[in-house]
Design a protein around this ligand. Sequence first.
Ligand code: ZN
Length: 691
Amino acid sequence: MKKTLFLLILAGGLLACTKQQPQENSYIVDKFYDLEVLRYDVPDFDELTLQQKTLVYYLSEAALQGRDILYDQNCQYNLAIRRLVEEAYLCNKEQSSKCESFKEEFDKLEKYLKRIWFSDGIHHHYSEDKFLPEFSREEWREMLRNVPAPKIEHILLQNKQEHSHSCSKSTEELLQIIEDVMFDPDIMPKRTNQADGVDLLLTSANNYYQGLTQAEAEAWYAAHKDNSREPLWIGLNSQLVKDENGIYERVYKVGGLYGEALEKVVYWLEKAKDVAENDQQRLVIEKLIDFNRTGDLRTFNEYAIAWVKDVDSRVDFVNGFTETYGDPLGITGSWEAMVNFKNLEATKRTTILAANAQWFEDNSPTDKAFKKETVKGVTAKVINATILGGDCYPSTPIGINLPNANWIRKEYGSKSVTIQNITDAYDKAAQGNGFNEEFMLSDKEVQLNKEFGCLTDNCHTDLHECLGHGSGKLLPGVSKDALREHASTIEEARADLFGLYYIADPKMVELGIIPDKEAYKAEYYRQMMNGAMTQLVRIELGKDIEEAHMRNRALIANWVLANANPENPETQIIEKDGKHYMQINDYEGLRKLYGKLLAIIQRVTSTGDFDTAKSLVETYAVKIDPTLHKEMLERYEKLNLAPYKGFVNPVYKPVFDENGNITDIKIDYSEGYIEQHLRYSRDYSPLPTWN
Ligand code: ZN
């Protein structure tokens, strides 16, 4: 629930922070469909001690070993399809360079494979829709014919379970099923379905449940819910299955589901443990190793608490089953990993915010009954990511706020991070791309963004992560699950509104975080433009808004537009020369509207008011005006930009002395997108095809 995605303006126009760059942008590695692959710098890596660098290296290896897990969580056919397409790619590559007529279909295969890598499977990482190959079934079979039969069998006959659905089938039968999954638009069309009024499990392609209806799963969770004071997160690390043995969990652990990958993760965590910076960090790693081995949720709680308390280390990491966006019921965690270290200079900013957390809580425009009397342990820091893995790769958040268990947050606090080098990479890749000039009302807004866009964007993320998510409280007896399928959208709206309300507060200038009392206007303009208009370029014409963060931003902007003063609107969409633009007439008035909505959303959260949550989401956050949508898409298309960004990782290479001791870790940025994924699939792919 606590991730900030980079949505503001789809890195597209996000702020040209410095002067325009020449055409060739060295941060853009690859571009296909609506996707752009960037690289990121890891500044100050050489400032780390050898021990810290070695720790980063071991944790990076642990981060890469879980890559297959996410593929399988996203859809049970993903590993089979990825492996077959990769083999087809490798086995046809030579021929494609010799034969001009074959090259065209081979390029389509390459594009399909690049798309699979970007989405960790066959469904779009963002829209959740299945994408289809551009090549035909016949062309697919032809390319498969160039793959040696033993290779295909090796891929298709790797079974984890005796009774696995694939076990009794021949290679031919499996190939036919896989082909249908790849090409038939009606099979598994949606990864995670959020639509109203249908069985969310039966209509979702992902692999968190097998053989159950939504009602059966909900009943199982209700019966197994832990209502103790320090509850276990039942279902966090398991697949729920119904078969002839009844309903049971297959737990993700060494020896259990995904055990082959978790074993490798543990191998590298063991090494990392030996070079931990201090005892607290060592405890974190030990608990995580233990949890991976046993799957025991009590150990997970101990790990999460130890992790929150580890605030003095320079290096930090996330590795495991974490965010629950992928599960239509919001319970099971998708596997993700990120290794990072503190950016000391930028962390000063968030330290100031954290030190003043109580002031922000006390002065927010929400009802007193919903405020925390004491805001506990909001630790906030700015980090540089060193490796992205699992659900953080290739597409990644720009902020993380964990742990997700509310009782741990309440008792022990949470850690909140803003990922500076990723934000910087987005900015650098977006320089001079013409987005702001096209969509902003006038040069005034463009200039405002040039001057303050970067800074206010980072500050808004800081406020969202360090203070927003941690603010407010639930009334006694209100369940964290009360808002059900709308919980993520409402929670993100709450954190965003907290940030929007406060970024305009004189306190920010007083604290020295924002240099100019006008600067916030850059953020206000962008948020309104993005939420009501430009974020629509990420959605296909005719489709609804689905993703929680996008819904949140639409909710805020559209609510404000609908509730603006009808005589004298604070903000409105206007038409100029046949194009529509966001216009803000009264920035202070807009701040009041943000405050008003924050109070409503906080009340909805604190009281668990499902009906209002549902009505807010359905009224403002799902449906799109088709005329406006079409216009946005057409204007955007002319800019020739990609709305979604992802990354390649740097490569970390240990240097050894003659005794085999590590003497340094070198960092290399030169690996390309295709090379990286082929290498990962070769060196970090421990799972069987069917799990
Ligand atoms: Zn968030």
